[in-house]
Write a protein that binds this ligand. Sequence first.
Ligand code: AMP
Length: 546
Amino acid sequence: MQGLMMDQPLTISALLTFAEQNHGESEIVTRTVEGPIHRHTYRDAARRSRQLAGALQRLGVRDGDRVGTLAWNTHRHFELYYGVSGMGAVLHTINPRLFPDQIAYIIGHAEDSFLFFDLTFLPLVEQLAPKLRGVRGFVAMTDRAHMPTSALHGLLCYEDLLAAEDGAFAWPKLDENAASSLCYTSGTTGNPKGVVYSHRSTVLHSWAVCMPDAMGLSSTSVILPVVPMFHVNAWGLAYAGPMSGAKLVMPGAGLDGERLCEMLRTEGVTFSAGVPTVWLGMLAYMDAHPEIKLPALKTLLIGGSAMPRAMLEVFETKHGIDALHAWGMTEMSPIGVVGRLLPKHAGWPRERRLAQQAKQGRAVFGVEMKIVDDDNRSLPRDGKAFGNLKVRGPWIARSYFRGEGGEILDKDGWFDTGDVATIDADGYMQITDRSKDVIKSGGEWISSIDLENVAVGFPGVAEACVIGVPHEKWGERPLLLAVCKPDQTIDTTALLAFFDGKVAKWWRPDEALVVKELPHTATGKLLKAKLREQFRAHRLPNTAAR
Ligand code: AMP
């Protein structure tokens, strides 16, 4: 017997239509690339997204065509999210921090028909243009007054395109499984691979992230997505905003501590999200400016790489802000787990509670997780056993664009995340490493993330990275690389002694070196492969003890 409910497709345009009709006056506030703060509402954005869809249709963009963007978090990028996907085309958000050759590669691989870009990226687009033969037109995301002079072939002006449309465009009824957007993973080896989201996966993911135990968003929220709209759809916030009716504050290119703090304060932001590196910058700025107060800011969602426990403590004790850990991947739209506590944790001693909060978190409904050994046998959920983390769910990729990388699911439909983790009896998952970054000493695994967490708690350490270095006896031993805070010094002997009592004795790094900076990927993760290569021949002092 079948249920008798309507088969209404879950589509992205419905999110904005909902916001237009029910939260029409909620604002979208943007620090524009041109400089001034721009304000409009979901009602305005809905009209302008329809104008954009009309313009795209006029330009000849058809169902399934890819439209690329090289853009910051702004109101115009938001309109592209809805205008492009809403009309049935596929929004391809491009990470401008990738190497230019990789950008040219993914634009060609995606076969982008048009490329929309912020003025910041004009030099990059001009440099790439000779390689972008398939791109039919370039659109500068600005108004007539700010249009640059450029030799770019057929350069169009965003605001001119919109001005020529009346906004009467009617969103088509799309197949909910149709592709809506495309984002390439920033793999550390090989070419980036495309993850193709659908309307259905996007709407389901939005629902999940709005839930109280996930991001907990509502019409009373004021959201500032620091995480870029070119990195997994700003972790879903550009969709969850209209679904919840929250006010959106778009920081544009202003991601430094000063401009972030200004937007957070003046717009009364309650919720923000980004990678640990951004918050390190903000904390340093707040340290230097103790007069800055952010009374409205309740929650910072921190993910993309492990949130150091020291960060959690500083935000809580010094600033009264909840640092909420989360984990996910481009292949997972991206949210998999969020680290909200359960009622029972309120009664736990502080240290134990903080250790729980430092874990990446519990699965949101829709995401199934398990850990397995190298023979694919399930490991216990005891918070101790660690193994390869596999996931399954309706917003998790089943294949990469054009089948790159071949079959990516096992025979039971699980996706191997490439992360190594523990899961405890309450379902809290804790990442111990990327499988390729885990340090194997004497056949046992050492978590580089745990060691980095300890290191950043040591005075003077701004950032830390632990890698395995070849070792005659143990196979590999940990080497700690630390970046010093400005105007401070690090006593490396004391730093190594700092590990005593915090981790197993044989986990303690064999050596600590102070380095000027650490290399990062285009999404802000430590580029450990590069460091391993650099220190491959490094001889550790003869201290390894197990
Ligand atoms: P991306 O697809 O660029 O978002 O990268 C996904 C990968 O980032 C995951 O597989 C993890 O290795 C890492 N990652 C994301 N969030 C966290 C986190 N909270 N803690 C540790 N690693 C994380």
